[in-house]
Design a binder for this molecule. Structure first.
Ligand code: 8X3
Length: 249
């Protein structure tokens, strides 16, 4: 069996690539010599990414099966799928849960991962060394006050990812989940519906991770030799030890 590191060109599909961890991952994988197919809803931002050598951009809304089907038709090869698209809506207590917000979180975080994974699994298997790398969250491991729908959705992502790993045992596809803690991206601005002051308070007085820190972890996972499966990875800032325990100066 070959123990050769994965240094050859592979085609990586990255979802949610218009900003944050997705964008940083697309850029890092392209810089490492991989061919990247970047998908996202915000096509104006994709245009900017498309100017980067090695990156092809295709519109993608992971919550829309028609969009996923069109996107998949444009994917001629897929060695790596980075399921990054996702996000949180609000911090309501369960008692005050907004059903529509929960449905939206399940649609993008859980069903989005399912739609892309299901659509690209044949190509991943055909590649002979496929890899699914799903961006989970510390919220996938640890429930926290106000986490409600996001915790439930990310726990579901973790279950789906683990089941996939188990079901693909014996197939040439690796399955990994990378769980970031506090990463300063548009995540919190989106969670607080554009309230930049509320978003800034999430990272106040501490040094959060950057999107590129996670992109570097994804790239490392992708570049392990074919026989090495990094099942899961929790990546936290030094200033964070659990979901709601953060050192702030
Ligand atoms: C984002 C991290 O702590 O806001 O996935 O849930 S957290």
């Amino acid at each position: 069996m070959s123990q050769t590191p994965r240094t050859g060109t592979r085609t990586a599909v990255v979802t949610g690539a218009s900003s944050g961890i997705g964008r940083a991952t697309a850029l890092r994988l392209a810089a490492a010599g991989h061919r990247v197919i970047a998908g996202a809803r915000r096509t104006d931002r994709l245009a900017e990414l498309a100017r980067t050598p090695g990156i092809v951009c295709v519109p993608l809304d992971v919550t829309d099966q028609t969009s996923v089907d069109r996107f998949t038709e444009a994917v001629d090869r897929c060695d790596v799928l980075v399921n990054n698209a996702g996000g949180a809506i609000g911090t309501d207590a369960v008692a005050d849960a907004d059903i529509a917000a929960w449905q939206a979180m399940f649609d993008v975080n859980v069903l989005g991962v399912l739609r892309l994974t299901k659509a690209l699994l044949p190509a991943l298997i055909a590649s002979g060394d496929g890899q699914v790398v799903t961006i989970g969250s510390i919220a996938a491991r640890e429930p926290y006050r106000g986490g409600g729908g996001y915790n439930a959705a990310k726990h579901a992502v973790a279950a789906l990812t683990r089941v996939l790993r188990i079901e693909l045992l014996g197939a040439p596809v690796r399955v990994s989940q990378i769980d970031p803690g506090l990463v300063e991206t548009e995540f919190s601005v989106n969670r607080f519906a554009g309230d930049t002051d509320a978003a800034a308070r999430v990272y106040a007085g501490m040094t959060p991770l950057t999107a590129d820190d996670i992109a570097e972890a994804v790239t490392w996972v992708v570049e392990r030799p074919a026989h090495v499966n990094i099942d899961s990875m929790l990546v936290l800032a030094r200033d964070q030890t659990s979901a709601q325990v953060v050192h702030r100066s």
